[in-house]
Write a protein that binds this ligand. Sequence first.
Ligand code: NDP
Length: 609
Amino acid sequence: MNLPPELVELAGGAVDTDALHARYLSERDKRLREDGNAQYTEAKAEFSRYVEDPYVEPGLTRAPVTDEVEFTIIGGGFGGLMMGARLREAGFEDIRLVEAAGDVGGTWYWNRYPGAMCDVESYCYLPLLEELGYMPKHKYSFAPEILEHSRNIARHYRLYDNALLQTSITGMEWDEATQHWMISTNRGDRFATRYVAMANGPLSRPKLPGIPGINDFRGHTFHTSRWDYAYTGGDNAGGLTGLKDKRVGIIGTGATAVQCIPHLGEGARELYVFQRTPSSVDVRNNGPTDPVWAASLEPGWQAKRMENFNILVSGGDTDEDLVHDGWTDIYRRLTGNAAKEASRRLGRRLTREERGELMALADYNKMNQVRARVDEIVKDPVTAAALKPWYRQFCKRPCFHDEYLPTYNRPNVTLVDTHGQGVERMTERGVVVDGKEYELDCLIFATGFEVGTSYTRRAGYDIVGRGGKTLSEHWGEGLRTLHGLTTHGFPNCFFLGFTQTAITISVPQALNEQANHVAYIVSQVRDRGAAVLEPTEEAEAAYVQEVRSLARMGRRFYEECTPGYYNSEGAKDNRAGFFSDMYGAGPLKFFQVLEGWRATGEMPGLEVR
Ligand code: NDP
């Protein structure tokens, strides 16, 4: 490293960066595997029980729907709810929400595991707080409160009216003669809709590890996103009394596992945590909402707070930090903010090399602090060593939790470190690691969700556009959109979420921007007396080109990361990583692009007829 001393100090001091870099690469190499993304098992056929809805009464019957609506929203998570809210505000009345689950809430409907909570500050994360006149109970809300808030949004904006719950789409075709989409469902519905918004979420299909013998195990199993409280007892707040005489295993130590393991440790007679790669776990510091602070807030406070948070976590420039938590800390220290502060101190712009070195050094220091925290908390040195993450902070989802690490001091909790190799196989009785069998009564899969498989596979159906072309064909060589929201040949169809849009850590803010943009477009189409919109081939091609050229910037970073869904499980080209097909210049720039586009009043690149 050749950084000037004041920058070394700013980045937290000198460390042996060569040694750390070498360790990171060797930990990555240990985990790289030929089968990459293909290592996972799809939750279908003999594994379909892992994705059944445990929260509804089975046996719903209703008459098929065969009518016509103006706007269909597919998915009742935050994306669909925000879309519905913005459409109502724009005066659209004829809306139908379709949702596979028994209620709205999306990820908060499915993920009810003990300890589930949002890890982004609730005052920013929960949408439409001022519109609904609601103040979250804690700085970081627990899942039941977020689910209830989702329901309240649906009630407030009348999104239950005309909704089809417990209904999965099975087909969607454009009918050129009527200029409508025809939608079919697993309940025999076949209805027409002028517009469709796809809000099916980026992490919605649970995945299972492809472990030999997975179906041989005779004990009880489930995935964290379908928590079986009938078996474990308790609820989101813990109290898993059903496990008090059970030997429980959990596979996975990602963001989900970090939240539920403390409750499993408390409830189970014995808990075995099978770890392949440890998470980075920093301070959480949750607490109840201060009523005096809440009462002092002026109208417009949420938008202001969200914007401030988003600027900080997008590398933007502001001295004010309203949220002031682990997220803003790492973004301030490790991203463009740090480089700007360094420029101020030096009184000149940093060179590219200096900028890269500064951020790398700050990262090594930050991760040293995260690793030191493990030593401070976990008493057994072997366990502590195994719990230390050896990769850069943003290689995997950073976690923040105050009870996770202390759980390993409990006498009934054992960390089974698989040294990056994962579980070897399963038997009738339990799990085998390194030739040793761990006998279990129950095994929980905290193994995450499909990323990197095709969009239509994750949606569960293909979309047939104009002229019979399918979306899987159109996107066969990668996503093709204008601003991530519309695609050529698929008129009046909007894609919400992370299809060539920009992501921010505060996902609802990104969804809000998208929903506002879509509501603007359809209002314009309505006001012009038109009925059909579609991006031109040229506008789509230009946008795809822009997204692909921006994507090159992050490739080197992820190449050096330990495998995971952020980097296509370590694949060299990283074409299917979580961020690979997003707008690489970041959310601040992306939101400006959308705003600038609207400001022209011309809807450039969109053909309206
Ligand atoms: P992840 O994909 O992050 O984690 C899956 C875990 O399973 C990893 O630890 C992985 O290890 C492990 N695993 C997979 N296969 C094997 C195997 N064969 N043997 C052993 N271990 C294995 O899923 P999560 O559900 O934890 O989180 C998914 C995402 O959901 C998060 O990244 C986050 O974006 C979101 N989330 C958000 C929360 C919030 O508070 N807002 C809370 C929870 C989740 P390895 O790392 O080695 O691949």
